[in-house]
Design a protein around this ligand. Sequence first.
Ligand code: PEP
Length: 249
Amino acid sequence: MRQRIIAGNWKMNKTIPEAIELAKGVVEATKGTAAEVVVCPTFVCLAAVNEVVKGTHVALGAQDVHWEKSGAFTGKVSSDMLLSAGVKYVIIGHSEQRTYFHETNETVNKKVKAALAAGLLPIICVGETLAEREAGRTNAVVEDHVVGAYAGLSVADAMKTVIAYEPVWAIGTGKVATPDQAQDVHAFIRGGLLQRLYGADVAAALRVQYGGSMKADNAKELLAKADIDGGLIGGASLKASDFAGIVNA
Ligand code: PEP
């Protein structure tokens, strides 16, 4: 049985006081859930949010990481720094990183390896654009992202990862993939790619989240699908009651 994982990607939102208030709301509103709950504030809010969530059922995540341990990389944050702030999960390869900040399969792979070496658990984002879907290239793009992210990763390391399938055309647009569209890609990731790369046991154990305009009113149907093990939530993670609506679905 794969435990559901619902993670909130707060993106570039919330000041420190606002983040503290949101984190308190999430802890309160999701008490008693059987799902794993993760909140991913900005770097600057991590320490303050950690003070709220540590010792509770809510885990702390970061939105990115650099692959080097330290040095002259202005603006970047290393895995050890994240760990020292109480971080457990780190989102890697988000489509906004790929689109705006030159993220490639190679940098995703380096970040995944650095995060794992330090003891962080990567949430690896993959997914196609609208043009790629319309050109019938969804599976090819997802394969490219998955194979690239996992290059050189052992079974033991792969077991520590989570995949977030996020069709780019559904992120922040209000256009959600239908449960069948999402399930098709999730089944391809699990039954096609992970099984080929790591075998049936790993494929059956790894969690694959859906991300893209997931909300309380569409979460239940998506999460009812056999290969959808949770959600990576952007917009609807910014209000505790909205986010809790998804967790409780
Ligand atoms: C995301 O950016 O990871 C995301 C899924 O955003 P939204 O829920 O706003 O579509």
